[in-house]
Design a protein around this ligand. Structure first.
Ligand code: ATP
Length: 233
């Protein structure tokens, strides 16, 4: 479904990605793991066209994404939950959900406000509240709901539970499990290794802009050397 091959990205003259390679199949949950500053966000932003890749290839269902505008990538079925959530502060919660809603791929039972509210019941009673008045947890649930309202085939979460209280984090993970059960593929970045490994089919560790390890969650749990060397755990 998503194939990233030899992806090279620079910020000005500073190289951030040095040939990233990985693939995600339909229905899979994949994680991108790595210490701070290793290139996780840059990889995600290169996929979304938010930063321009210098070379390599990123295909989604066989379509090349490099050089394509972000909105076109979104229309192909990639939904982003960005780092920092990026909720529209001066729109209400409901308006945040409908502002970018679409069904470009004409899926049979598209996401609706009701479906998002049944995934995250806490959002319903806040539907009239402005984005900037929501708590961090509510904003993260809203960011996930907003991405789902575009009916993505692949949901990309950058820092899925960063800065959230443990109870809210568990709600987010439970929702991610439910989203996966609906057949949506997921690429997720987070610091909480335990929760990530519980949901992932495949894990990719990035170090200094290159994938240095890939494998299943049982493989990674067993590989103490990789955990210690690449993730410092
Ligand atoms: P974190 O977990 O801290 O977000 P990350 O793995 O997502 O880390 P990136 O944010 O992708 O890492 O950063 C990769 C490299 O690119 C780092 O060396 C970082 O300093 C550099 N970098 C990131 N954003 C920029 C930018 N806007 N301008 C210049 N360099 C950047």
């Amino acid at each position: 479904m998503l194939k990233v091959h030899d992806l090279v990205t620079y910020y000005g003259s500073s190289q951030a990605l040095f040939g990233v390679d990985f693939e995600i199949s339909q229905g899979q949950v994949a994680t991108l793991l790595g210490r701070n500053g290793m290139g996780k966000t840059t990889t995600i932003n290169s996929i979304m066209g938010i930063v321009s890749a210098r070379s390599g290839s990123i295909t989604f269902d066989g379509i090349e994404l490099i050089g394509q505008a972000s909105f076109k990538t979104a229309n192909l079925g990639i939904g982003l939950v960005p780092e920092g959530r990026q909720i529209f502060p001066n729109l209400s919660l409901r308006e945040n959900l409908v502002a970018t809603a679409s069904n470009h791929l004409k899926v049979d039972s598209p996401w609706t406000l009701e479906k998002v509210f049944s995934l995250f019941p806490e959002l319903e009673q806040r539907r009239g509240s402005m984005g900037n008045l929501l708590s961090g947890g509510e904003q993260q649930m809203l960011a996930i709901g907003r991405a789902l309202m575009t009916n993505p085939k692949l949901l990309v979460l950058d820092e899925a539970t960063e800065g959230l209280a443990p109870l809210v984090r568990q709600k987010i993970w439970a929702a991610i499990h439910l989203i996966r059960e609906q057949g949506v593929s997921i690429l997720v970045v987070d610091k909480n290794l335990k929760d990530l490994l519980r949901i992932a089919d495949r894990n990719f560790i990035i170090e200094r802009g290159k994938i240095v390890w890939s494998g299943t969650s049982p493989d990674l749990r067993k590989d103490e050397d990789a955990l210690h060397r690449h993730l410092g755990v």
